[in-house]
Design a protein around this ligand. Structure first.
Ligand code: BES
Ligand code: MN
Ligand code: ZN
Length: 495
């Protein structure tokens, strides 16, 4: 939780104080004198947080100092907050005063609030305190203290407090959506089944006020979602098809569709993955989590947008009724797909979901988001999401969303010749164009099912899940895509 106050009213009461100074020390004169003594001895380096412990009247109080560079970038801010949080965690802070004694952060206060709100222990639901103690009165292990301090942020007089309250509200809404997405992705596949995902989406729809329809196995077949069904049928967990709607802009008929890949587990199917590559494949519904998170945030904000979100949720498994390498399967678009590799399953499920958005829902623009290719991680690493878009407006909205959210994106090509890699000798299209330009060809497979609608595509296979904590997020799911999609939707409806 964060409370905002003016620096001039700084009546410090928390045992831990954080002072964010600028290199220019532009607002240091507004600080209580006691906080400035001893500062010179610290030799602060920009972007780093240094601890200074002072003992006042027998009580130990801690002051942490951070020095902001003249030009604060999103990255520098994230790193500074991460460092501060590390130290706050070390001193088990539960109540923290944050004094912003510089103007350099004015453009990034929203990001500061968001990063403070998102600083937590990560996914520790299944980390219990160990074996139950024999004597309940004498627990052998101290129960784990969750890190969730109450922050009071004191702002320089030059900052408009009312505007900052607005930014804080938005940061709260965004952080809540990101947290939800992280939670959904972090749940292992034995818990997060397609049916469970649908239940969670239903709860969020009720909580935030968007509409949702959930279709079951039988309906999926009746609706002609045969490509999706072909992937799903190998699993004993029944699939679900989710259609969410938030129609809140009566001034326009424009409809934006968000389509999220919802593989609750990807074993690879008969093109089975090696164990090392399979271990984290519960994260393969990261796209679904992102669109569900974005719908929650847009509805919570009361955003003036018309958005539908579609998720085809299933597992990619091996069994007597699983699809085979070499199968030729029909799709909702009427195109036959040659399955050259059962591990390129995401695009097959997306094909029907995208066609559904383009035709049945008649969306004007489509953005899909998916943990689609290992190749995107090879090309861009784990901090940059790959984008392919055939529409400049969608690309620009995503780029702006990236600048505002700190979630980096990079555009990959969509030249026509790349689409030829997906040409099949046996059917209309094949589900893998091979290794070269793997992210682009996977994206262009998806585009083939958008029925010519303006389309954009986010490949988050490299960014949705991380094996160690970063400045951005704890170990595990990052929640990437929630803010990108939310902001892109806002921009696309902002005339
Ligand atoms: N779900 C994977 C992609 C993935 C890889 C997600 C790493 C998260 C981390 C996807 O379904 C997949 O298996 N893609 C294949 C495609 C190939 C068979 C053409 C890949 O990238 O190897
Ligand atoms: Mn796969
Ligand atoms: Zn997959």
């Amino acid at each position: 939780m964060i409370t905002l106050k003016s620096l001039s009213s700084a009546a410090l009461h928390s045992p831990v104080t954080v002072v964010l100074l600028g290199e220019g020390r532009s607002r240091a004169d507004a600080l209580p004198k006691a906080l400035l003594s001893g500062l010179d001895a610290l030799a602060l380096k920009p972007g780093k947080a240094e601890a200074l412990r002072t003992v006042t009247e027998g009580k130990v109080s801690t002051a942490l100092y951070g020095l902001l560079p003249k030009e604060v970038t999103y990255d520098a801010l994230e790193e500074l907050v991460a460092e501060l949080v590390k130290q706050l965690r070390a001193c088990k802070a539960s109540q923290v005063d944050v004094l912003l004694a510089d103007d350099a952060l004015l453009a990034l206060t929203g990001a500061l609030y968001k990063q403070l709100l998102l600083a937590d222990d990560g996914f520790d639901r299944y980390q219990t305190t160990g074996l139950a103690p024999i004597n309940a009165d004498k627990p052998e292990q101290e129960p784990k203290q969750p890190f969730k301090p109450a922050f009071t942020v004191y702002l320089p007089a030059a900052f408009d407090l009312a505007a900052e309250q607005g930014k804080l509200k938005e940061a709260n809404q965004m952080a809540a959506g990101i947290r939800q997405a992280r939670r959904l992705v972090n749940e292992p596949a034995n818990v997060m089944t397609p049916a469970y995902l649908a239940e969670e989406a239903l709860k969020l729809a009720r909580e935030h006020g968007f509409d949702i329809e959930v279709y079951d196995e039988q309906q999926i077949q009746q609706m002609g979602l045969t490509a999706f069904w072909s992937v799903a049928k190998g699993s004993d967990e029944p699939p679900r098809f989710l259609v969410m709607r938030y129609m809140n802009n009566p001034d326009t008929k424009e409809l934006l569709a968000l389509v999220g890949k919802g593989l609750t587990y990807d074993s690879g199917g008969y093109a089975i993955k090696p164990a090392a590559g399979m271990e984290t494949m519960f994260c393969d519904m990261g796209g679904a989590a992102a669109v569900i998170g974005a719908m929650s945030v847009l509805a919570a904000m009361g955003a003036r947008v018309n958005v539908v979100a579609v998720v085809a949720a299933c597992e990619n498994m091996i069994s007597g009724h699983a699809y085979h390498n070499g199968d030729i399967i029909p799709s909702l678009a009427g195109k036959y797909i040659e399955v050259v590799n059962t591990d390129a399953e995401g695009r097959i499920t997306l094909a029907d979901a995208i066609t559904y958005a383009a035709t049945v829902l008649n969306a004007d623009k489509i953005i899909d988001i998916a943990t689609l290719t290992g190749a995107v991680g090879v090309a861009l690493g784990h901090e940059i999401t790959g984008v392919v878009a055939d529409d400049e407006g969608i690309w620009q909205a995503l780029q702006q969303a990236s600048d505002a959210s700190g979630d980096k994106v990079w555009r990959m090509p969509h030249f026509d010749h790349l689409a030829k890699h997906n040409k099949s000798d046996r059917a209309d299209i094949k589900n893998s164009g091979g290794r070269p330009a793997g992210t682009a060809t996977a994206a262009l497979f998806c585009r083939a099912f958008a029925c010519g609608k303006p389309w954009g595509h986010l490949d988050i296979a490299g960014t949705a899940y991380q094996q160690k904590a970063s400045a951005k997020a704890p170990l595990g799911a990052t929640g990437v895509g929630v803010e990108l999609l939310t902001r892109a939707a806002l921009t696309l409806f902002d005339e």
